[in-house]
Ligand binder design. Structure first.
Ligand SMILES: [Zn+2]
Length: 262
């Protein structure tokens, strides 16, 4: 493989990976995806993400946090537990955290409270943040103004409009692109935004098992890190830089974002 890709966000704790986790990882290697960050969406899940990362400690890392969907479960006890999980050196980011007012699985006030606490924790632990925002841009920015992250941040699975993109870039945030950009129905508005993202702020992710790239003809609906190439191809088709330049920068950005050795 001519390049080493980094899938910065995959939900490999999902039950659909229960039976073939190791094959999924090996298949990703065969497809040039050498590194994966496994995201945690609550504390039990974050522990599980870490234990999966430990199976391939040279290639996998994990995040620790409570997804806005589960923010109702956040309590003062959670802060201590997050700190404890983050003691392991394979935990490289705080998240997923943020706001999701699309489905409101958790109370809005609880989402905001949990998000603010996560920012504080990331600052005190000096860990980058893996952020999720859906239909909550104004409140999301309010939170960032109230409690400003002092570490690197990525807005994962960016699907927003130009104004949101520039709000994030103004804050020097990284932008995570998923298979959403390969979806001609939901993602076509992103085509003109892809070239506007400074190359040194761009990251790619599969968000597996969700968001299987629409152009991919595979059995079933499960997405997996091996399919990260489809997102790379779409990014390349929308940008002017060479394949070499883009893949080199994506790899450099990922390592730098997670504070890994280059
Ligand atoms: Zn998310």
């Amino acid at each position: 493989m001519p390049f080493k890709l980094f899938d910065i966000g995959a939900n490999l704790t999902h039950k659909s990976f229960e039976n073939d986790f190791e094959e999924v990882i090996k298949r990703s290697f065969l497809n040039g995806v050498s590194n994966i960050c496994i995201t945690g969406c609550d504390l039990t899940d974050s522990r599980r993400a870490l234990s999966l990362a430990k199976k391939f400690p040279n290639n996998l890392i994990s995040t620790c946090g409570i997804h806005p969907h589960y923010a109702d479960s956040f309590s003062e006890k959670s802060e201590k537990e997050i700190q404890e999980i983050c003691n392991d050196s394979l935990v490289k980011a705080i998240g997923e955290t943020g706001l999701d007012f699309n489905r409101n699985y958790s109370d809005k006030k609880n989402q905001i409270k949990s998000f603010l606490a996560h920012i504080k924790l990331a600052n005190s632990l000096n860990l980058p943040m893996f952020l999720h925002q859906r239909d909550a841009h104004e409140d999301f920015i309010d939170c960032l103004n109230k409690e400003t992250p002092r570490t690197k941040c990525v807005v994962h699975c960016f699907t927003g409009e130009k104004k949101e993109l520039f709000n994030y870039l103004d804050r020097d945030f990284y932008i995570g692109l998923t298979g959403w950009i390969c979806d001609p129905k939901r993602g076509s508005h992103l085509e003109e935004l892809i070239p506007l993202i400074p190359l040194n702020r761009l990251l790619i992710e599969t968000d597996s098992p969700y968001l299987l790239p629409k152009n991919l003809k595979v059995k079933g609906k499960r997405n997996e890190p091996a399919f990260l190439n489809e997102i790379l191809k779409k990014v390349m088709s929308e940008r002017k830089e060479s394949e070499k330049k883009i893949t080199e920068m994506l790899s450099k950005n990922s390592l730098s974002f997670f504070n890994l050795q280059q």
